[in-house]
Design a protein around this ligand. Structure first.
Ligand code: HEM
Length: 504
């Protein structure tokens, strides 16, 4: 009797699991079945457990579809792999929300705060405020004092490379370490707009701790969040094994740094002289007559500031390191960059933003770097705010949407030979820049607010580095492959040394 009951129970369970595996919203894009607990995520892991951009692209090819429909845990999810669909997801307002994911809340003590993982009026208010006020200090626009800081940081890097001062972790035995050597310049630029201060040479230890915390944070997630995102209860029973304990710890390093800056600013605050972004924020917090829902609080600033710190220390530093690594593989590209520099800038002054329009080859090299090694290969997740359609398929409300930017940047139909690192693809026959259809910074309402700033600061630092130094592999036999990357929500290169020889 017991055996019979057990047999019926197992049969019913199998039928239920089978139905669930193939049950999907009507006219949902094709894709793999939904298995218990993590849904189709098991199958993505089997496809490629390290890189979700590769797993989802291979899976889309297997199902002969450019829109892949699947379940991540209980979330219906659609991954866009082709240009038109990626552009639609990024730019249509009904897709401009973010899913409410565990890691977003872990950063903010359980709340939804900041910009990256926030939604609704608070997200819009914070993003607008950040853009408007950081811009007044040079973020994303030409501004004398920011360009002055950029020049000083560039001089620091060049002097370090020339051995005019020492920092063994960044330059040793004629080699420069990437990304370590780039952290001070790129973090200081943003930090000075936020706080009016820069990390001095004797504070580089603290600066590196911050940058490493940011790097660990992004590596703790995979490009679709990771298993714990779809089964958040796991984090309660195994915070260390799931990595959520360290996510919380690394986030705290960043938010505590912002909190300390806030306390310091409050001690010297004057309404008559708003010195930087934090002063502007304090001014906003103290405005009278705000309602209960008002989103300018110290806690909110901690997370907005942590968002800015996280982005400024992991994005531009990784992209420039990818660019340097690509040049180690392609000395002929390095020569052409240097030729352009010698013709336009010469050797008596540093390159500036005024030179940017006259140096299309360097610009094309940076564009090619961001196409070739797309920093956020799956962008950041979006969420459908209503029932709608995409590419002829049904997208129910609350579907999670991911843009496979890597797939789009490596689409043979768009690029011909995407597997080659070839800056010339961005230039016309006269050597001028053509229209750029890459989307490394996303697009639409959720577009990266750091785009202009990043393009400007990367241009100046990269150009100055190539103007002053020849770059060669430290050990030609041990040069990491040009497409090697460490997994994370944004990918990072495995840190490496490059041999630098002063050119003059
Ligand atoms: C090479 C440099 C960078 C790249 C490639 C990059 C790329 C991206 C991408 C792909 C997104 C997601 C867009 C979307 O959801 O559709 C994003 C969002 C964001 N980025 Fe960047 N980023 C870079 C630098 C920066 C910098 C320097 C900052 C700030 C200092 C920054 C701050 C942000 C913020 C706050 C968001 C969230 C925007 C929102 O949710 O509305 N990024 N970035």
């Amino acid at each position: 009797m017991i055996t019979l009951i057990l047999g019926v129970f197992i049969a019913l369970l199998v039928i239920r699991l089978y139905r669930q595996a193939y049950e999907r919203p009507q006219n949902f894009p094709p894709g793999p079945p939904r298995l218990p607990v993590w849904g189709s995520y098991w199958l993505l892991l089997l496809q490629n457990y390290r890189f979700m951009h590769k797993a989802t692209l291979d899976m889309a090819r297997r199902y002969k579809t450019r829109l892949l429909g699947l379940y991540l845990g209980q979330f219906p999810t659609v991954v866009a792999t082709a240009y038109e669909d990626v552009r639609d997801v990024l730019t249509r307002p009904e897709f401009a929300a973010r899913p409410d994911l565990l890691h977003g809340r872990l950063r903010a003590g359980g709340d939804q705060l900041g910009i990256f993982f926030n939604n609704g009026p608070a997200w819009m208010e914070q993003k607008r405020f950040m853009l408007r006020n950081m811009r007044d200090f040079g973020f994303g626009r030409r501004y004398k004092s920011m360009e002055e800081t950029l020049r000083e940081e560039t001089e620091e890097l060049i002097a370090l490379g020339r051995g005019e001062w020492t920092d063994e972790l960044s330059v040793r035995d004629g080699c420069m370490h990437f990304p370590t050597a780039l952290y001070p310049g790129l973090v200081n630029l943003v930090w000075s707009m936020m706080t009016g201060q820069r990390f001095s040479r004797d504070q580089y230890g603290a600066l590196r701790e911050l940058s490493h915390a940011a790097a660990h944070f992004v590596r703790n997630l995979d490009q679709l969040g990771g298993a714990v995102t779809y089964t958040p209860w796991l984090h309660k029973i195994a915070p260390h094994a799931t990595g959520t304990a360290s996510t919380t710890r690394y986030s705290k390093v960043m938010s505590d740094t912002v909190q300390r800056a806030l306390e310091e600013h409050e001690g010297h605050f004057s309404e008559d002289h708003l010195r930087d972004f934090i002063d502007r924020y304090i001014h906003e917090m103290r405005k009278e007559g705000r309602g209960k829902e008002f989103s300018f609080t110290a806690k909110q600033l901690q997370i907005v500031g942590a968002d800015i710190l996280l982005a400024s220390s992991t994005t531009t530093t990784s992209t420039l390191s990818f660019a340097v690594r690509a040049l180690l593989h392609h000395p002929e590209v390095l020569r052409r960059c240097q030729k352009e520099l010698d013709e336009v800038v010469g050797q008596c002054r540093l390159p500036t933003l005024d030179d940017r329009p006259n140096m299309p080859f360097i610009e094309a090299t940076l564009r090619e770097t961001m196409r070739f090694n797309t920093l956020l290969p799956m962008g950041l997740p979006h969420l459908a705010l209503e029932d709608t359609t995409l590419g002829g398929y049904a997208i129910p409300k609350n579907t999670l949407l991911a843009c496979n930017l890597h797939a789009m940047h490596h689409d043979k139909e768009l690029w011909g030979d995407p597997e080659n690192f070839r800056p010339d693809r961005f230039l016309d026959e006269r050597g001028e820049l053509t229209k750029d259809i890459t989307m490394p910074f996303g697009g639409g309402k959720r577009v990266c607010p750091g785009e202009t700033f990043s393009r400007q600061s990367m241009f100046v630092l990269f150009a100055a580095l190539l103007q002053h130094f020849d770059l060669r592999p430290q050990d030609p036999g041990a040069l990491p492959p040009i497409d090697q990357m460490v997994n994370g929500i944004s990918v990072t290169p495995e840190p490496f040394w490059a041999r630098i020889t002063p050119r003059f």
